[in-house]
Design a protein around this ligand. Structure first.
Ligand code: NAD
Length: 496
């Protein structure tokens, strides 16, 4: 997949950027949906089929047929396939990353890092094929041993967003597969190629037909059909809170297992004792990295009075490093879609109309660009200040490179402001005080706390998930805890 989209004139070139459904080991579907490169107007980035409920039905049928054989394979043999797939992703890293940049907009460095992450995730869970999953426990009965087992759910559904288009499919699929489940995944419409690369690596690594199936298409068609099918024993979703909560109702109604990781409005508290320059780097990395299109992105900052001016000066300088452009060579990539661009623009303009000061990114106020299809979707790093605590830019997820900086009187007021949100994904603090950092770690209402580190950026071997409207807050993703969602526990008494 090394063709540049500018030369997609021949059928071979088009084939290189065409995603198809993967159902029972076969690549199917008329690729009738065009995805344009958000950095290059008019340039085709990907083609994909628009799946139907019948495609979902066929994929689930294939998965149900393949699952018992897959679960019966020794776990180390399942793991070996995941490890091989992980190795293939690394061999193909640059070509996959280039496709990812063209369909999603992020920078090539970010995309390469994401492909590496997907590879590492596959290799991590592959190696768990050798790990013990149960316990041996004493019984109160004579000559009896108790063991615990984890059994696969069966066929699981995965629904994923566009912002980590290969890492999220990988971090859901790998624990599902190593546990002996078969998978039907519906990737985001905007990024069909990235998930296709994952599917191809798994297939090339020798995954049996039907164990991993992909159906592309609209959420309300393909995603909805997946959620409603009684053969789907568990659904793991990452995406917006509104869509997630709707899916929860469907899954709860048929008492199937559901895992939702949703939106965020992640805050950082910067205290007087922090180093203003270091704090600005932490905030800028979290706010503008990945074009702010991360669920863990920093979007609100609370500063105590003594550091406010120095911090804002340093943050303004940092923001200047994140020049938006084509992800192939710019420090900050394009916004994913015209709709997202318009959402970012509206949030900033509305805050300014309500009295906020826009310290960086004044071009946003220029009314000639609202996310039109004929302009590259370059959105500058925006720092807002002097805005009310109840402004939508402070309370609602924007999902762009926009950060609001507000002053709080002291640590307690800052902690209260951080916790005054419907979301609870990540929260950060910049301070040299071990005492306050420890107190913050205990009292911040967020699934992940970062002390002197950007709110975005996660390790793959540790639990990840949120609280409040950010998550179902039942099962965690990533690390060994990711296995819990995809398995159920059984206790076995064995007498002799
Ligand atoms: P989205 O909710 O619009 O879409 C997510 C997926 O759900 C897509 O595959 C989409 O096609 C599908 N979908 C949409 N409507 C559906 C329906 N009615 N039934 C079934 N499926 C449906 O989200 P998005 O715009 O792709 O991604 C951005 C959102 O994802 C942000 O809110 C972000 O915070 C969130 N996100 C969260 C995490 C996390 O781990 N918490 C990680 C990444 C992104």
């Amino acid at each position: 997949m090394t063709s540049t989209a500018t030369d997609v004139t021949t059928s071979t070139d088009r084939e290189l950027i065409t995603a198809r459904h993967l159902i029972n080991g076969e690549w199917l579907g008329e690729a009738d949906t065009e995805r344009m490169n958000p950095a290059r107007p008019g340039e085709l980035a990907a083609l994909s089929p628009s799946g139907t409920a019948a495609d979902v039905d066929a994929a689930i049928t294939a998965a149900a047929a393949a699952q018992p054989g897959w679960a019966a394979l020794p776990a180390p043999s399942r793991g070996a396939i995941l490890i091989t797939a992980g190795n293939l992703l690394i061999e193909r890293q640059t070509a996959i990353a280039e496709d990812l940049v063209r369909e999603e907009g992020k920078t090539l460095a970010e995309a390469k890092g994401e492909v590496k992450r997907a590879s590492d995730v596959l290799r991590f869970f592959g190696s768990l094929g050798w790990a013990a999953t149960g316990e041996v426990l004493p019984s109160g009965l004579p000559d009896t041993t108790i063991t615990t087992r984890r059994e696969p759910l069966g066929v699981v559904g995965l629904i994923t967003p566009w912002n980590f288009p290969i890492a999220i499919p990988a971090w859901k699929s790998a624990p599902a597969l190593i546990s002996g489940n078969a998978v039907v995944i519906k990737p985001a419409e905007l990024t069909p190629l990235s998930a296709t690369h994952l599917a191809r690596a798994l297939q090339d690594a020798g995954l049996p037909a039907g164990v991993f199936n992909v159906v592309h298409g609209k959420g309300r068609v393909v995603g909805d059909a997946l959620a409603r099918d009684p053969r789907i024993a568990g659904l793991s979703f990452t995406g917006s809170t509104n869509v997630g909560l709707g899916l929860q109702e469907i899954l709860n109604a048929r008492r199937a297992r559901v895992q939702l990781e949703m939106g965020g409005k992640n805050g950082v508290l910067v205290l007087d004792d922090a180093d203003a320059r270091k704090a600005a780097k932490v905030v800028a990395g979290g706010a503008f990295g990945l074009t702010g299109q991360a669920c863990t992105a920093t979007s609100r900052v609370y500063v105590t009075p003594g550091i406010r001016t120095a911090f804002l000066d340093a943050l303004t300088e940092e923001a200047a490093q994140y020049t938006a452009g084509d992800g192939m060579d710019a420090p900050m990539g394009a916004v994913v879609s015209g709709q997202q661009f318009a959402q970012n623009t509206a949030a900033v303009r509305s805050a300014v109309e309500r009295g906020a000061t826009l310290l960086t990114g004044s071009g946003i106020l220029d009314e000639t660009h609202d996310g039109d299809a004929d302009r590259p979707l370059y959105f500058p790093a925006a720092v807002l200040t002097d805005l009310p605590f109840d402004d939508a830019a402070v309370t609602e997820e924007i999902f762009g490179p926009v950060v609001a900086v507000l002053e709080v009187a002291d640590y307690e007021a800052g902690l209260a402001a951080i916790n005054d949100s419907r979301y609870g994904l990540t929260a950060g603090i910049c301070t040299d005080s071990l005492k306050l950092a420890t107190d913050f770690s205990a009292r911040a209402q967020a699934g992940v706390v970062k002390v002197n580190r950007p709110t975005a950026g996660l390790d793959l071997n540790v639990p990840f998930g949120g609280v409040k409207d950010s998550s179902t807050n039942t099962f965690r993703e990533q690390g060994k805890s990711a296995l819990d969602f995809f398995t159920w526990g059984k206790t076995v008494y064995t007498g002799v």
